[in-house]
Design a binder for this molecule. Structure first.
Ligand code: FE2
Length: 269
């Protein structure tokens, strides 16, 4: 079985020359060329849950290939008529979303997926909790603080989401597991420090609440996004993969097809 993985498509950025239709056409073309059986998207498809949902369905229609995803922080950015809790429920109910819906692939493999959330544990310890909770640094504001209104704080949300993931891991216990999150779950994927901004903003990159899962469950692959790196590392027999397309200004070329080809990785199980 060939499983394609990619993250952080950001199909609705205004500062890009490509349309949502271009993203669909290019990604569909690559999925077919690689002969995929399944595509996994590790979040940040767009800034709107309806756009994200429509994109997933349109990819499936164009390719006849199954697509599963977890929402990223951008996918939770709130439309005018919905609360953040309603957006969460929208993804929980979505047939292609892995949120609270582990997927058993066969007798040997399963996929568990969730956005996860950041818990501030990757921030430089010189920043007090109130400062991190404000999201404000050097005249800028971490935009989730403006665009999302969770009923609880970030650290508590991270713990709540981690508990949900643990429940799903228990459900598929005994099967080799592909874990997919949006936020980073391994310290080696944070932005290297010292860094003028990311000493602070690393607070919003990852969580430590998943650490014990790698010891307690047979996780073989851990896929994540969010940090806009393209990187893979192996530790303790687990493949950690961060296949982020990222923003056009972060690409090495200006060609969407080249960037998608270079970003999309394939897991064969
Ligand atoms: Fe992103």
């Amino acid at each position: 079985m060939k499983i394609g993985i990619i993250a952080d498509l950001h199909i609705d950025r205004t500062k890009t020359e490509y349309t949502i239709e271009d993203f669909k056409r290019v990604l569909a073309c690559e999925m077919l060329a690689r002969n995929l059986d399944l595509l996994l998207i590790a979040g940040d498809i767009s800034n709107d849950c309806q756009v994200t949902s429509e994109f997933v369905w349109s990819l499936m229609t164009a390719t006849n290939i199954d697509v599963r995803f977890v929402p990223g922080n951008h996918d939770y950015w709130q439309p005018e008529n919905m609360t953040s809790s309603q957006v969460y429920q929208f993804y929980k109910d979505h047939p292609q979303s892995l949120v609270e819906s582990p997927l058993v692939l066969n007798d040997d493999w399963a996929i568990v997926g969730h956005s996860g959330w950041y818990d501030y544990s990757y921030a430089d310890p010189r920043f007090p909790l109130e400062k991190l909770a404000s999201g404000k640094f050097y005249g800028g504001t971490w935009q989730d603080k403006v665009r999302i209104d969770w009923p609880v704080g970030d650290s508590e949300l991270s713990r709540t989401f981690a508990k949900t993931v643990q429940k799903d891991l228990e459900t598929v216990k005994g099967l080799n597991t592909i874990l997919m999150t949006h936020v980073v779950t391994h310290h080696k994927f944070v932005v290297p420090t010292p860094h003028r901004l990311f000493d602070f903003y690393n607070a919003y990159i990852g969580t430590s609440d998943f650490d014990s899962f790698y010891k307690d469950y047979p996780i073989r692959y851990s896929i994540m996004g969010h940090v806009h790196f393209r990187h893979r590392l192996e530790a303790d027999g687990i493949q950690y993969v961060c296949p982020c397309l990222g923003y056009q200004r972060e690409w090495r070329t200006n060609d969407l097809a080249t960037e998608v080809r270079n970003t999309l990785e394939v897991i064969e199980i």
